[in-house]
Design a protein around this ligand. Sequence first.
Ligand code: ADP
Ligand code: MG
Length: 414
Amino acid sequence: MLTVEDLKNLQGKKVYVRVDFNVPQKDGVIRDNNRIVAALPTIRALTKQGARVILMSHLGKIKWKEPDPAKIEAMKKANDMAPVAKALQELVPETHVAFCPATRGAALQEAVAALKDGEILLVQNTRYEKGEEKNDPELAKEWASLADVFVMDAFGSAHRAHASTVGVPEAMKAEGKPVAVGYLMIKEVENLTRCVEVKDSDRPYVAILGGFKVSDKIKVIDSLLKKCDYVLIGGAMSYTFKKAMGMNVGNSPVEEDQLDYARKCIYEAKGRLILPTDAVVTDSFEPKEGRNIKVVSTIIERGGYIPDGFEGCDIGPETAEFYQSILAKAKMVFWNGPVGVFEQEDFQAGTKAICEAIRGLKGKAFTVCGGGDSASAVKQFGYKADFSHVSTGGGASLEMIENDGHLPGVDVLR
Ligand code: ADP
Ligand code: MG
């Protein structure tokens, strides 16, 4: 793959950069500018060389199925990219950031033509175009015609084969224009590829899988069971596995239609799939005065179960210690999905225990966290710096693991 560092002689060249500026915002107020900051190394590497930088990104969702045009307009207005241009300008005072409210046509072409060497143009939300998510070839061709070089730096969007992520580099490649990856992409692809192309020196390789649904994670579980020495299960999905083994799980969430799949996993894993031995349970998921919270054993062979009227909300202390002892010997760890309802203080201990185990591996093992909620738990509890890598792409990092290191927005650049 060509990287942004390989690109030379960019003076006066127009460079299309697909960034991830899908920032959390409301009414034009940006709550967190992390994603803009994260794109700066790639943007600066280009502007410093005198390139004319055209930035493209989506922002939020526009539901084109909505029949009422007034509602579509309201969705557009709620996801206007203009405030992002202002925020970007504040971060790069050394150059000028222009904003183009048009996503196609003469107005866009004029805005690109007005760019001077080393300047930046941020284009309106790519999802203002109905053809973006359909990867419309006409749209991709038009965008591709704007620039001489393509750079992909939006890892969080690389699992989507949309016009701005896949159609454009395809069209530019066909025209013989160079396509490359930016700094953010390089880091993500390198780190996540290591988790799927496992070297002997990275063993024992341990995965922790939590979160809500088994059905969301089937392909990840399959993929990791093939690669890992141990897969530790936590979160709500553990109750589907326990029920599949015949345990009474009380009122815990269970996916009945995944019981056969869970049994197949347990059988095929031959002891490498590890389930919790105890659970923190409650008689009320909603936090309220006097709710009953207790720890119960979930070792089926010893008669463990979750009583009716109670549901599991975290791994118990014995499981936490057991998982920590397995993690302590790991050379590589991939973690997706909180092992408890980490949004509530009463059920954070399990997820924090996993974080502690990772902290203990600092400098001794390669540790990666991928997944939207898992990454926010790690950040919220203050453990981000203890990981070798915390992925910025929720869905993209999971798909990368599922598909053995392949993503549409990455493969098109290989
Ligand atoms: P990620 O975004 O990291 O892939 P998921 O979206 O799969 O993770 O799951 C995160 C959600 O799972 C969190 O909102 C958390 O509260 C929930 N969860 C974890 N354990 C439980 C549990 N025992 N019961 C109910 N919800 C749980
Ligand atoms: Mg999630």
